[in-house]
Design a protein around this ligand. Structure first.
Ligand code: SF4
Length: 326
């Protein structure tokens, strides 16, 4: 019987799920994903996590608990240190497996193999071999499995760059028909933020779909190629060594410079150190130029939906008015 491996629908799920799923399945595992976020999942996460943590980490606790409730044999929580040379991921990712072990009782096995490409890309081999060995596979079969998974991940990234959102791209990879949106839009807005904040419909209060329904075409930094992100980030006087912050800032500055959008909405999580810095950087840069409407939204577990909708509606009215008066 296959080992049932759980992957939380949280944190880097929206970036790496196709890669992890394919890799684990090629190794013979059965992959189980936690349920879509609900109030109940968030509440359990908030109860079990330390108060000082950011909203996405609290939510990820709830998803880990959901996987434990589903009776999986293993919870896959790779210790994400770095996904690019000379760059880092937020330290909360690094400590997440330990936080979970300390705070949630009666968990199944937590697989926390380190993923660290800071020195060189080829260091991924160590991760591949360790995970493969857990499933009884040797070096050759493990590398083969990861090679197949990398090709799946490339297809996924190509679909994102074509303008799809993660759930749509994942559905296509599963062989499902893409839903036709048929939206009449008169505005294009960039929504900039961490994937776990903007793509989780519960946490973002369904922001992307709401915008679509309000006549807005939405673009995110994930629709841009790496080259465009780098060009945007190069406008800063110093290199950002946090990969996700670089993507957010580079994306925002690219959209601003090329004027391919009518406005930018930055979505940040309360208690997020990197977000407070990137939000400030982007806002200062845009306000200095003074030519693009900008809205900053902060999310926490107490954020009221009505307040966010009112602010977004007022922002869109202002963008439309600005455009009308030229
Ligand atoms: S980048 Fe911010 S939101 Fe993401 S895990 Fe780190 S502190 Fe939390």
């Amino acid at each position: 019987m296959s080992v049932r491996v759980g992957i939380p629908r949280a944190l880097l799920y929206y970036y790496y799920f196709p890669l992890w799923k394919e890799f684990l399945e090629q190794l013979g595992a059965e992959v189980v994903v936690s349920a879509p976020t609900t109030k109940g999942i968030l509440t359990r996460g908030v109860e079990q996590c330390v108060d000082e943590a950011c909203l996405p980490i609290k939510l990820a606790f709830g998803h880990v608990q959901n996987l434990a409730d589903k009776g999986v044999d293993v919870i896959f929580l790779p210790r994400m240190v770095s996904v690019a040379q000379r760059e880092y991921i937020c330290p909360k990712f690094l400590g997440f497996p330990d936080m979970v072990r300390q705070n949630i009782k009666n968990l199944p096995v937590v697989m926390d193999t380190s993923f660290n490409l800071r020195k060189k890309q080829s260091d991924v081999t160590d991760f591949v071999q360790r995970v493969g060995a857990y499933f009884g596979k040797g070096i050759f079969k493990s590398r083969l499995a990861f090679g197949v998974a990398l090709r799946k991940q490339k297809q996924y990234q190509d679909l994102l760059e074509q303008g799809l959102f993660p759930e749509e791209a994942m559905a296509i990879l599963e062989g499902k028909e893409p839903k036709s949106k048929n939206i009449n839009t008169d505005l294009t807005i960039a929504v900039i933020g961490h994937p776990y904040n903007i793509y989780d419909p519960f946490i973002s209060m369904n922001l992307l779909n709401r915008l679509n329904k309000m006549g807005v075409k939405v673009l995110t930094a994930d629709h841009l190629t790496e080259q465009k992100i780098e060009q945007g980030a190069a406008k800063l006087p110093k290199k950002l060594f946090w990969t996700l912050s670089k993507k957010i800032t580079g994306g925002a500055l690219h959209f601003h410079e090329k004027s391919t959008v009518d406005g930018i909405i930055h979505v940040a999580a309360f208690a997020c150190g990197p977000d407070s810095m990137t939000g400030e950087l982007i806002e200062r840069f845009i306000r200095r130029e003074g030519r693009m409407p900008f809205l900053n939204i902060n999310l926490d577990e107490h954020t009221g939906e009505a307040g966010i909708i009112t602010r977004v509606e007022a922002f869109l009215d202002m963008v439309r008015w600005r455009r009308a008066v030229g």
